[in-house]
Write a protein that binds this ligand. Structure first.
Ligand code: KE4
Length: 429
C-alpha cells in the first residue's frame, strides 16, 4: 500500500506538533506504525491522502454512529452555517438538543453543554464535590475519563496504550483524594465504601468500560455502585461519553436499568462536532453558575454548528429499528472475528453492547484492567497491521473498542470478517 504522502505529511507535522498528532490515541507507535493522513470520508469509508480506502471502525473514536457525512447532519450544519458560526449568546438549538437529551435519558432533568468529554467529567466531579461538600472521588483502573488532572490516575485509553503514568505534571495533592479501584471488584468497592463512604463525593464509572479494550460490567457491579453511593450520600456519575446513545438509545443506564445522579456525554451527542455535556437531577445541576455557585464556563459551549450536528444525529437514532439493526450488525461482526481467531488457533475473548464491541487476544475472560493487560499485544499489532493492509481501519491499540455505524453494510461486515480470517490464519503460521 502506498503511504508516501502520509509519510511526508507526518514528518512535516512532527516539526510543529508533539508526536505529529493532536491526540496521543492517534499515534500508532504501540502497533509499530505511523498515523495515516485522511483526506475525505463518506458513510463507513475513509480515504487517505494516498487514495487508499478503508472500512472505518474508529468513526472519529465513536461520534460518527451514522457514519461520515450523513445527509441530515450535513444538511442541518449547512443550514446553520448560512446564519453564522458562533454568537457567544444563547440559540434555540441549545434548548432543542437539551430537551432531546432529557427526553431520551430520563435521569437527566437539566444539562450543560461543554466542548469535550474531558470538560464534562471534570465539571461533573467538581459539581459532585461542591454538592456533597466532600473531596474523595472513586474511579476504576483502566477507565479513562479524559485528561483532567484529578482523573488521570490509573487511566486507560492512550495512557494505557503508551504505558505512561499519566500523571507527570499533576501535583500529588491534586490526586490524593482520587482512589482508583479494580473494575468489577464488588467486595473491594464495598470495603472501601464501608471505611470512607461518608467522605466520598462521587463514584465515576464507565458503565461499559471502553478504554481498557471493552469490558462489560459483571452482574451486580453497577447495582452495588448505586446502592453504596445512595447509602453513603455520595453521587454516582456515569461517564457515558463513549456508551452514550451507542449501547442503547437511552444509553447504558437504560440498558442496565440504573439511574445515576449525573451523566457525562460526548462523542455521539455532537455528531462529529466538538460537544461534551453533563447533566442530572435539577437540584444537583442547579448548583451550576449562574443558577448556583459552582463555576464552569466555555467560549464555544453550545456552539450552534455543533448543536445542529448533535440534534440531527439523535433524531436519526430515535427512529424505530435503528438500534436493532446496529446491534445485529455488531453481533455478526464480533462473532465472525471470534470464529476467525479460533479457527486460526488464537486465544480470543470478545464482547459487545449495541454498536460497540471488543476483541482481546487473551486466553481468559477479561473483567478488569489487570486481565486486559495480559492480552497478547504482539498478536494485536500483527492483526491491526494486517487488517489495515486489507483496508480495515481499526483503533491502533488493544485498549480501545470497535465502533459500528448505521452506514456499515452487510457487505462491509462480510469483507471485514473475511479479512480477519485471512490475517489471523496468517499470524500463527
Ligand atoms: P474527550 O475529552 O476526548 O472528548 O473525552 C474524554 C473521554 C471521557 N470519557 C470516556 C469514557 C472516553 O472514552 C473519553 C475519550 N475517549 C478516547 C478514546 N478511547 C478519545 C480518543 C482520544 O483521546 O483521542
Amino acid at each position: 500500500m502506498d503511504n508516501s504522502k502520509s509519510v511526508k505529511m507526518y514528518k512535516e507535522a512532527e516539526q510543529y506538533i508533539p508526536g505529529g498528532v493532536n491526540s496521543p490515541a492517534r499515534a500508532c507507535s504501540s502497533v509499530g506504525g505511523r498515523p495515516l493522513f485522511i483526506e475525505r470520508a463518506r458513510g463507513a469509508r475513509m480515504t487517505d491522502v494516498d487514495g487508499n480506502s478503508y472500512i472505518d471502525y474508529v468513526l472519529s473514536w465513536g461520534p460518527l454512529i451514522l457514519g461520515h457525512r450523513h445527509p441530515s447532519v450535513i444538511e442541518q450544519v449547512e443550514k446553520v452555517l448560512k446564519q453564522g458560526t458562533s454568537f457567544g449568546a444563547p440559540t434555540e438549538l441549545e434548548t432543542i438538543l437539551a430537551r432531546t437529551v432529557t427526553e431520551m435519558v430520563p435521569s437527566v432533568e437539566k444539562i450543560r453543554f461543554v466542548n469535550s468529554g474531558t470538560e464534562a467529567t471534570m465539571s461533573a466531579v467538581r459539581l459532585a464535590r461542591a454538592y456533597t461538600g466532600r473531596d474523595i472521588i472513586i474511579k476504576f483502573d483502566g477507565c479513562y475519563h479524559g485528561h483532567g488532572d484529578t482523573l488521570l490516575v490509573a487511566a486507560g485509553s492512550g495512557v494505557a496504550t503508551l504505558d505512561i503514568p499519566g500523571t507527570p505534571g499533576v501535583p500529588k495533592e491534586i490526586i490524593t483524594n482520587t482512589l482508583s479501584l479494580k473494575y468489577n471488584d464488588i467486595e473491594g468497592f464495598k470495603s472501601v465504601m464501608k471505611e470512607k463512604g461518608d467522605r466520598v463525593a462521587c463514584v465515576i464509572v464507565e458503565p461499559v468500560a471502553g478504554n481498557m479494550g471493552m469490558v462489560m460490567p459483571q452482574k451486580g457491579f453497577l447495582e452495588e455502585l448505586r446502592e453504596q453511593t445512595s447509602m453513603h450520600g455520595s453521587l454516582l456519575i456515569f461517564d457515558e461519553v463513549m456508551t452514550g446513545f451507542r449501547v442503547s438509545p437511552g444509553c447504558a443506564q437504560e440498558l442496565f436499568g440504573i439511574r445515576p445522579d449525573l451523566t457525562c456525554f460526548g462523542k455521539v451527542i455532537g455528531g462529529g462536532m466538538p460537544v461534551g455535556a453533563y447533566g442530572g437531577a435539577s437540584d444537583i445541576m442547579g448548583r451550576i453558575a449562574p443558577q448556583g455557585d459552582v463555576y464552569q464556563a466555555g467560549t464555544l459551549s453550545g456552539n450552534p454548528l455543533a448543536m445542529a450536528a448533535g440534534i440531527a444525529t439523535l433524531e436519526e437514532l430515535r427512529k424505530d429499528g435503528v438500534f436493532d439493526d446496529l446491534e445485529s450488525k455488531t453481533e455478526r461482526l464480533v462473532n465472525g472475528i471470534k470464529k476467525a481467531a479460533e479457527d486460526a488457533g488464537i486465544s480470543v475473548s470478545v464482547s459487545m453492547a449495541g454498536a460497540m464491541a471488543g476483541v482481546f487476544f487473551n486466553s481468559g475472560d477479561v473483567t478488569n484492567f489487570e486481565d486486559a493487560k495480559k492480552s497478547d499485544l504482539e498478536t494485536f499489532a500483527a492483526y491491526y497491521n494486517g487488517m489495515l493492509e486489507k483496508g480495515i481501519y481499526l483503533a491502533p491499540s488493544q485498549f480501545e473498542a470497535i465502533f459500528t455505524s448505521t452506514a456499515h453494510t452487510d457487505k462491509d461486515i462480510d469483507l471485514t470478517i473475511q479479512a480477519a480470517s485471512e490475517v489471523l490464519s496468517g499470524i500463527n503460521r
